[in-house]
Design a protein around this ligand. Sequence first.
Ligand SMILES: [Fe+2]
Ligand SMILES: [Fe+2]
Length: 349
Amino acid sequence: MDNTGKDTTEKFVNKIYRYMKNDMPIEVFMAKFNMTTNELYGVIELCKLYGKEIEIVCLDENVKNAKKGDLVFRKGRVKKASSSLSKLSIDDPKLNHNEICVVSDTHFGNNHQQLHLLNDIYQEAYNRGIKTVLHVGDVVDGNYPNRPEQPRQQFLHGFDEQVGYVADMYPEIDGMQTYYILGSHDETHYKNGQATVNAWLNRSRPDMTFLGQDTGEFDVDGVKIVLDHPGGGSAQSLSYKPQKRIEIMEAKYKPKVLLIGHYHKSYAFQYRNVQCIEVPALCDKTQFQQKQGLVNNVGAYFLDIYSDRNGNIQYFEPEEILFGREDMWDEAGKDSKKVKKLKITNGVY
Ligand SMILES: [Fe+2]
Ligand SMILES: [Fe+2]
């Protein structure tokens, strides 16, 4: 186990699985990791042990980046070996099945932003056929008048630069919709001069839908999902604040899934019949966090949800994706200057 509480083998499997793309020739993958065929088959067995479906098929036609006859990867739905339901009931055609990607705290405009990692997550969502992404706030880094050191930590200053960057650079993929709330950092623009991030994104990005400031609701086949960006400081125990939040909710307003941004921590647990996810950030540790001694988890979640016609969850699988130090691009503004926008139209990049 490491300090994220995650089995290191599982972390390795999650990471390696992200690199395996549909229709990627295995030769390309083996060259990238300097792997022999036997090692590759060992890795595939390991992926299967952790519930990740992957197989190797022979292409019967040319596709982008691979040709007929190439051996390529095919990824399937991620399943956990032990679920609360038997496989039989998961395959029940009466159940609704939805896969959703969840991201948070991108802090665009901060020198430590990691747009390339957000792109990786969207690319992975696209590979899996996921159409819905939820963003739990702090889309931009904002401007705090009481933090005079902040401008030095940003490559984009003020509302126009930060929101213009999101409009221009946020991943844009055919058929994929991002639903977002705004958080504490986004709100500074409103407090400074009544500038609202959503008003401008609504005009420029029809693939981005605003759900609310600090909190918002999203419904998928009757399953109520609440997105929450609490503000305020961290608690010692990861689950303490979300538990308090659930305790004060009236039964009829209680969601089935509660997604929490702002803390830049990754944690999934169930409390009083609510599936709770603390969603990690997609920004590296900032100077502010460094000074405060705050932990900063970087990553995202993929949720696999099976629900009945009353909107009750019958099976729930949160898949945590965590990035490590080696994935961050902080030096010499590599992320802010070099990353291209991820745009996919009609399957073309
Ligand atoms: Fe944040
Ligand atoms: Fe925040």
